[in-house]
Write a protein that binds this ligand. Structure first.
Ligand code: SF4
Length: 471
């Protein structure tokens, strides 16, 4: 087990006043070595926190000092630490044929290849867990410390099919933990990744029936299509045909009506990708019932339209479109680092300095993925009118992943660079949504400064886009 290492101290915070500084290792808070940032937060919540600090990373006598922090109980300490977990991340023991990690190209950041199945990351970041490695002690902690909401991969409620989908016989039984979590009043959201020919059709009907019958307390169930990259090696894994996407949508429609009748809420929600694939309009705001799985790509298009519409009208961006991202549950945990492409996004226009080209540009090009371009299409005329110049989508084909991967959040810098290379050198202002970046870099490790034309990085929301256009 490692100790939390301070990576940043908020100026003026209790940690700052007490003299903590980046590089300090926090060996114990009030005598306890925290095993994760959740426990760290609980320990740091006290009004008086005695911290054993190792400075300089040296194991010599006197290198450990005791620092006393005095503050209001519950006041954040103000020290960001290097990781969310200080013991080992619990990795998954499944071998799902649809696993996206097996479909990643080689040579990316090592952390992207970690198959985590750790309820703590579910709580902190909204990662989905299959519960195949969940234990009685985990249940006790979740309940005692109120660690919710949690996010559980269901895929199928049929034990045999679920164990085949996870390639793990514990897949057949691990949903008993879901039942226990719900029994203890923990808020849980579920997910079904639909693999055509495997868990769609009658199997999906069976799963929705299983949810209604055995897990009606679930807060929501997101239904997302299988992503298949060019690096997939599983012969049975394939993208949906358009007719299959339409059939999944029809099943969701039918079951939303059943859930509404029986439970008074819709329960199951289709990923935006399904609506695009099936060529259907996005549901209205109220049909998303508060966007419980927004960060899972469910309702993002609808919130984007609401943000654009409100910003163009000069109105306040309506809630829930204005609600903070739900994937970042770390946001309440002082000190937890923002990780992966779920890291918090900047709101508003936060562009790099506007280039001379950009300031006098005759038109604006919005860099986006294939799906993003489809979502943008209906609002481009209004954006152009408000901006006083043409505004167009500039879709970037994802060559890093290939296959049917077309979401904006998985764009690689090299692919953005290739599109810009072929674009006119001047007269165009290029805007790039910050969902493409994590800690300032693309998935392939390159940065916006490496691309061949000046780009401005802006917030991903519709209001940020309108603001950036100066409309
Ligand atoms: S549970 Fe998740 S991480 Fe593990 S193999 Fe399946 S898809 Fe991959």
């Amino acid at each position: 087990m490692s100790s939390p290492r301070v990576v940043a101290v908020t100026p003026g915070s209790p940690a700052d006043r007490a003299g903590l500084r980046p590089g300090d290792e926090l060996l114990a808070l009030n005598g306890e070595a925290p095993r994760d940032v959740i426990r760290y937060r609980v320990l740091a919540d006290e009004a008086v926190v005695d911290i054993d600090v190792r400075r300089g990373g040296l194991e010599r006598p006197g290198s450990v000092v005791r620092v006393r922090v005095e503050k209001r109980a519950g006041e954040p300490l103000g020290a960001e630490v290097h990781s969310a977990l200080f013991d080992r991340v619990r990795t998954c023991d499944n071998h799902c044929p649809f696993c996206f990690i097996y479909q990643l190209p080689k040579g990316m950041r090592k952390s992207l290849y970690v198959k985590d199945d750790d309820y703590r990351l579910s709580f902190l970041y909204g990662n989905f867990t299959t519960l195949t490695r969940f234990t009685e002690a985990d249940l006790e902690r979740v309940v005692d410390e109120g660690l919710g909401p949690l996010y559980v991969s269901i895929h199928s409620t049929d034990p045999d099919l679920r164990s085949r989908l996870l390639r793990n016989r514990r897949g057949a039984t691990s949903l008993r933990w879901l039942r226990l979590l719900l029994d203890h009043g923990v808020e849980v959201h579920g997910q079904v990744v639909v693999c055509p020919g495997l868990n769609d059709g009658p199997a999906l009907e069976e799963t929705f029936l299983g949810v209604l019958d055995r897990f009606p307390e679930l807060a929501s169930v997101g239904v997302v299509p299988l992503g298949v990259s060019d690096h997939n090696t599983e012969p049975d894994m394939r993208a949906h045909a358009p007719g299959e996407a339409a059939a999944v949508m029809a099943t969701i429609d039918r079951w939303q009506r059943v859930f509404l009748d029986v439970l008074g809420r819709r329960m199951v929600f289709a990923a935006d990708e399904y609506l695009l694939m099936a060529g259907r309009p996005f549901p209205e705001t109220e049909e998303y019932e508060g966007f419980p799985q927004h960060e899972n790509g469910i309702g993002m298009a609808r919130t984007f339209y609401a943000e654009v519409q409100a910003a163009l009208a000069g109105a306040a961006v309506p809630s829930p479109a204005a609600a903070p991202a739900r994937g970042g549950f770390f946001q309440w945990v002082d000190g937890a680092p923002a990780e992966g492409y779920r890291s918090p996004r900047r709101s508003g226009a936060v562009g790099l300095a506007l280039s001379d080209d950009g300031a006098g540009a005759a038109e604006v090009a919005l860099l986006t993925g294939g799906y993003g371009a489809l979502v943008l299409e209906p609002v481009l005329p209004a954006l152009a009118e408000a901006a006083g110049r043409p505004v167009r989508a500039l879709p970037v084909r994802n060559r890093l992943f290939g296959g049917n991967i077309a979401v904006t959040g998985l764009l690689a810098g090299a692919d953005v660079a290739a599109v810009l290379d072929a674009a006119p050198p001047g007269g165009v202002r290029y805007l790039l949504p910050d969902v493409t970046l994590s800690r300032g870099v693309f998935l392939d490790g390159s940065s916006p400064a490496d691309v061949p034309r000046p780009v401005e990085v802006i917030g991903t929301g519709g209001d940020a886009l309108v603001e950036a256009l100066g409309a």
